[in-house]
Ligand binder design. Structure first.
Ligand code: NAP
Length: 536
């Protein structure tokens, strides 16, 4: 083994977590290498190139805060950034901070094993190299491990197939084609209007209708950028202490105490603004009280009925089986109006489920459909999928997959008992997907950097949470979830989009600010709940 294959840290993933982790560790004087299967940086924004892909957190805040210069020099063009623009930003960051020389692209991890005697991780890659590192950091993203439709015969289908999460880089031309799309989550809702405008015919297979608000996207004005750039420090601070990592006034009133006029005005304002957090924080009991939440559900259903001209199609598009927000709501551009087009059909899979793929298309209980192309907008094995997909072996030969067979067990969503010096950036049971990811990424990266620096300064070689600390955190995460409506939905938040996956609320709903305080207090208490190992 050469010195080139020994590092203080191996970081898996060259998305926004991995890029900042590498930069931050370098600043702290650590050596680190990033491994990524992709041929370029960007993580989720590298892979998700489907038509219409766009972030639904506003561009001015979906950005790093760690460099004032970066903040000031980068110009966003639209309110909600497109995938190509976000990818350009990721590439700019990689170049600006000279990150590429420590990133190994087209390199996946095959196995990672903890060596208890040496206090190191040994990482084997699919390019045949072995790397030894003191710390092993998973920056693999929450939504990176794809899932398909669990329907027989998928390999029988002879036409073109695409998954929104691995879209061809050269794009796809659907002109003159009969296209089927499975799914009506965020990826589908963004791509359906664009595919419909191009294809000869589009058939949408919907199992669960979703709540979507119009993005009302537009170009940013120079004035808006200047104002934000002048106030970035205050804005970032407010984001760090907020609930969802996006500053929003804390509502004082219950939706049930408000008058009908007040409710309509609040929901209409959120609808017009195209702002999901504002909708969910219209009143103080939106995510805790079903009756309160239902008032917003009905507001959105009324909007759907007012947009979609065919009454049956409109009703099929109305969600009734989950409170708004408990499955990830969407932002769209012309989604509901797309169903008024002559070349678009909606198939309600609750009435006529898919039975099988055929050589020419899809057979439901009602009809056989023929397609030139099928798009899987079927989502991801979220939060844990990418982590357990790699063979990660901790103490006593126990793998992470075995440890998490009944659901993820972590301390703070960052550390795992039995897996010393192992860190999960925006891991399960941290705020992660219940926040502006950039805010949570930066917090975790800085926490891990400080932790590694602390070990170095105090002559320790390993950190590992105790079983008790982990039990406490898992229980706390579940209790926080049980106070909300989230457990009522069959969602990827709950793991229930993947057959056989344990049903637990994976992200932490206690709030970004509260969570940050908890993390900071644990450090202030000398890494309370963790065992720090002295050098032999
Ligand atoms: P998703 O939200 O999980 O949606 C997957 C869709 O496929 C659902 O409608 C699901 O139906 C359907 N589906 C899955 N398996 C099926 C089957 N066997 N038969 C029929 N239908 C099936 O996935 P996604 O749209 O890719 O989005 C995932 C997450 O990525 C989002 O929630 C969001 O957090 C993030 N994302 C964000 C943006 C953005 O910021 N704008 C854009 C895209 C994605 P069921 O609901 O019935 O399971």
């Amino acid at each position: 083994m050469t010195e080139q294959d020994r590092y203080d840290a191996v970081i898996v993933g060259a998305g926004f977590s991995g890029l900042y982790m590498l930069h931050h560790l370098r600043e702290l004087g650590f050596s680190a290498v990033v491994l990524d299967r992709a041929a370029g940086v960007g993580g989720t924004w590298y892979w998700n190139r489907y038509p219409g892909a766009r972030c639904d957190v506003e561009s001015l805040v979906y950005s790093y805060s760690f460099s004032g210069d970066l903040e000031q020099e980068w110009e966003w063009t639209e309110k909600y950034p497109t995938q190509p623009e976000i990818l350009r930003y990721a590439n700019h960051v990689a170049d600006r901070f000279d990150l590429r020389r420590d990133i190994r692209f087209e390199t996946g991890v095959e196995k990672a094993r903890w060596d208890d005697a040496a206090n190191t991780w040994t990482i084997e890659t699919d390019t045949g190299s072995t790397i030894v590192a003191h710390h092993y950091i998973m920056a693999t993203g929450c939504l990176s491990h794809r899932k398909f439709a669990e329907v027989p015969g998928v390999d029988d289908y002879q036409g073109e197939t695409y998954h929104t999460g691995r879209w061809p880089h050269e794009g796809v031309d659907f002109t003159g084609k009969r296209v089927g799309i499975i799914g009506t989550g965020s990826s589908a809702i963004q791509s359906i209007p664009i595919i419909a405008a191009e294809a000869e015919h589009l058939t949408v297979f919907q199992r669960t209708p979703n709540f979507s608000l119009p993005a009302n996207n537009r170009l940013l004005s120079a004035g808006e950028q200047e104002t934000m750039k002048a106030n970035y420090r205050d804005h970032r601070e407010a984001a760090r202490t907020s609930g969802f990592g996006i500053p929003n006034p804390e509502p004082e009133k219950s939706a049930l105490e408000a008058t009908e006029e007040e409710r309509q005005a609040a929901y209409e304002a959120a609808w017009e603004a195209g702002h999901l957090v504002r909708m969910l924080l219209s009143f103080n009991d939106m995510i805790t009280n079903k009756e309160a939440n239902e008032t917003a559900c009905e507001f959105v259903r009324e909007k759907i009925r007012s947009i979609v001209t065919d009454a049956q199609v409109a009703e099929d598009l109305c969600p009734y089986n989950h409170p708004i927000g408990t499955k990830r709501p969407c932002l769209d551009t012309g989604y509901y109006a797309t169903y008024n087009r002559d070349n678009v059909d909606l198939v309600n899979l609750r009435r006529t489920p898919i039975e099988a793929f055929t050589p020419n298309g899809i057979k439901t209980s009602g009809k056989e459909y023929e397609f030139d192309a099928i798009v899987f907008a079927t989502g991801f094995d979220a939060m844990t999928g990418a982590l357990v997909a790699v063979d990660i072996e901790g103490k006593d030969g126990v793998t992470l997959k075995e440890k998490w067979q009944d659901g993820p067990r972590t301390f703070l969503g960052l550390l795992v008992n039995g897996f010393p010096n192992f860190y999960t950036i925006t891991g399960p049971t941290s705020p992660s997907v219940f926040s502006n990811m950039m805010v949570s990424i930066e917090q975790h990266v800085e926490w891990v950097g400080a932790c590694m620096a602390n070990l170095r300064e105090t002559g320790k070689v390993a950190i590992e949470p105790t079983v008790e600390a982990e039990d406490y955190w898992v229980e706390h995460n579940n209790e926080a979830g049980d106070e909300t409506l989230y457990p009522l939905a069959e969602s990827w938040y709950m793991g229930s989009n993947v057959p056989g996956k344990p049903r637990v609320l994976m992200p932490y709903i206690g709030g970004v600010g509260v969570y940050r305080e908890e993390c900071d207090e644990i450090v202030a208490d000398g890494y309370r709940g963790c065992v720090l190992t002295d050098a032999a």
